[in-house]
Design a protein around this ligand. Sequence first.
Ligand code: EPU
Length: 426
Amino acid sequence: MVKATFHILGSSKPLSGNIEVYGAKNDILKGLASVLLTSGDITYKNIPKIEDVDRTIELLGSLGVLTKEKGARSLVLNAARINGHTLKRDIAEQIRASIVLAGPLLARSGKVRFPYPGGCVLGKRPIDLFVHGWRAMGARMRMIGDEYEFSAKHLHGADITFYKVSVTGTEAMMLTAVLAHGTTILRNSALEPEIPHLAEFLNSLGARITGAGTPTISIEGTGGKLLSGAGTFVTLPDRIEAGSFAALVAARGGKVKIINCDPEQLAVPIEILREIGAVVTVGKDFIIVERKVKLKSIDMIKTREYPGFPTDLQAPFTVLLTQAHGASLVFETIFEGRLSYIDDLNRMGAYITACDPHRILVSGPTELHGRLMESPDIRAGLAFIIAAAIAKGQSILDGVYKIDRGYEDIEKRLRSIGVDIERKKS
Ligand code: EPU
């Protein structure tokens, strides 16, 4: 990890050109975890070159998974032989998605040990749904120091109801159930597009999953037999990246074509952009965002599980609302600690009031001024880049590695549409 800062010179000059969306972090990480259920060669395509992917591959490597490069953005992994059941602490502690590796490892090896999974600090991020699910499938849990160990000779199918909708919870239980004995039913499952994508991929290797993409998923386990076919996982385009680019263009003005994305997965954010005055044209795999008139506020943006407005777009859209005429309410319902970045925006000149830990009122339009900031997490980090790109003067953004965890070459792509941003080693 090379320490770096972003130097961003804000402007009101309209943005123009095309910007490409890369593969989604939250899709590829689960695709990589599924290699542990297989014995054949798995080809991964459209892999974003980001920290979280590198660390996950390192984690898999430490378990004995073999990796071969196969051209740009493509790798072949093979997990025919693995040699451990412990997730390396220093890596697993950094990445929330590391917990998704634990299920397949438990199902395959009968045992898994891991530390409390890390990731962005967004308030409490409990793992009770995972614990409940694995126990329901027959695993025993014990703590070794502050690490978790789950063991089970044979995991059996179970009827599991999530008391709360969870993306990685759904994915982890789906992955675990693939090798279990008997049928698992997951109720109140998350609907995010990464979930049916993962199920389709696993089914292409011989798994038997139905209902992914609906609240009730059924998985017929193989009874411990690894999936054996060779397969290909093509990473979905990152809907959060696409939505953030759209917010940037609407906030700064201009006309930009966002290419290689799936507009269908962004139906609600696109509707909000239109509602506040941006012109959005949608094609099969692109979005054109144009801002011609003044932006107007919106009654409320409320984050919700898919297909609702994604919590990962909450911060970029809050920055956008600082440029809209009137007051807009932003209601974060998924995470409790995901609004703390507003203090920095206020120091830039925004006028945002916290109503309670989940709701803020954004009054606009306000002129933002460049300043020194630190990226709090992946998504708010990109929101700060957007704020800096529309501010007067220069901003220096520290904590760039947090942005690198989720976005590849972000500065290169933003420069191509007219943002004055430079990475400097520090
Ligand atoms: N929750 C529990 N218990 C659990 C698990 C979750 O109470 O055992 C709670 C969470 O604290 C939260 C709610 O359930 O309040 C929903 O969280 P969820 O489990 O869906 O989040 P996640 O799976 O940990 C994934 C993404 C996040 C994204 C959320 C919501 C990955 C690796 N992460 O997290 O992405 O914000 O879903 O869509 O897929 C990011 O990429 O920057 C990021 C944070």
